[in-house]
Design a protein around this ligand. Structure first.
Ligand SMILES: Nc1ncnc2c1ncn2[C@@H]1O[C@H](COP(=O)(O)OP(=O)(O)OP(=O)(O)O)[C@@H](O)[C@H]1O
Length: 258
């Protein structure tokens, strides 16, 4: 019996790991100076992987908004680094950050922030126009259909319910196919049924796609819909729960608020 001689090791085709969609490395953010100084983020390191949905929780003033703003290039870290899709944006000039936000990041806010004078379709088309992309009406309609509002394209925000307005805002945020959707209290102004619909849309964003959602919320029910919940206190990351129930999340938050 003969064995083949051992040749050179066959190289295995290991696909490279994609970088986190967003990463903070030792981010420090301080407001004010001397005795009025507040350390809003105290050397926070966290990575948000592609295809993941993370909720950020913590008591009032714990640094949630500051984390979101630094991660999205809306605010600058005093120390540490912020990377988006592996690219260091910490000291990127303002025009580069503006371009990044237009092309790669989406935003959803508690109060929807739709332009009242524009129809739902025109609101959804806005980020494409701002990015200098030729607007295809079918693309805009498809984005509205994706959030179940294919028949509301001609309505202005005041003609829509709060839940419908938030769905338009999500369609607007997603029409550019951003790498990351940042959501700041997206269900804060909604009744529980509309909130569930919005949370279902967030789940669809991350399901089977490399897009990532980072959501600040005070609501344990909303947080428990995410893949992971991270907790801040006094500008520091103090805990991370995966697959937690709303009760688990509420209990953990209560201990931080004591
Ligand atoms: N522009 C600013 N100037 C001075 N202090 C600020 C500024 N922005 C935030 N802070 C302070 O930084 C800390 C963190 O604020 P941040 O808004 O990030 O907290 P938060 O967890 O989002 O709070 P909330 O849940 O109440 O919205 C707070 O003490 C806040 O007062």
């Amino acid at each position: 019996m003969s064995f083949p001689s051992a040749g050179p090791a066959m190289p295995h085709a290991v696909p490279p790991m994609p970088p986190p969609a967003v990463e903070l490395r030792g981010v420090l953010r301080r407001y004010g100076s001397d005795d009025t100084a507040v350390t809003a983020l105290d050397r926070v390191s966290i990575a948000f992987p592609p295809g993941s949905w993370t909720a950020v929780m913590g008591p009032s003033g714990s640094g949630k908004s500051t984390l979101l703003h630094c991660a999205a290039g809306l605010d600058r870290a005093d120390e540490g680094q912020v990377l988006v899709a592996g690219r260091d944006i910490t000291r990127a000039p303002e025009h580069v950050l503006t371009e990044l936000r237009r092309r790669s990041l989406g935003f959803v806010f508690q109060n929807f922030n739709l332009v009242g004078a524009l129809t739902a379709e025109q609101n959804v088309a806005l980020p494409l126009r701002l990015a200098g992309v030729r607007v295809k009406r079918e693309q805009v309609r498809a984005a509205l259909a994706d959030v179940g509002l294919g028949d509301r394209g001609g309505h202005r925000p005041r003609e829509l319910s709060g839940g419908q307005q938030q769905r338009v805002a999500i369609a607007r945020a997603m029409v550019t196919r951003p790498d990351v959707l940042f959501a700041d209290e997206p269900t804060g102004a909604l009744d529980s049924r509309s909130a569930r619909t919005v949370l279902g849309l967030m789940r669809r964003v991350v399901q089977g796609s490399p897009q990532c959602v980072v959501m600040v919320t005070h609501d344990p029910v909303a947080a428990s819909a995410a893949d992971a919940v991270v907790f801040l206190r006094d500008g520091r990351l103090v805990d991370r729960l995966v697959g937690a129930s709303a009760r688990d999340v509420a209990d953990r938050l209560a201990t931080l608020e004591d």
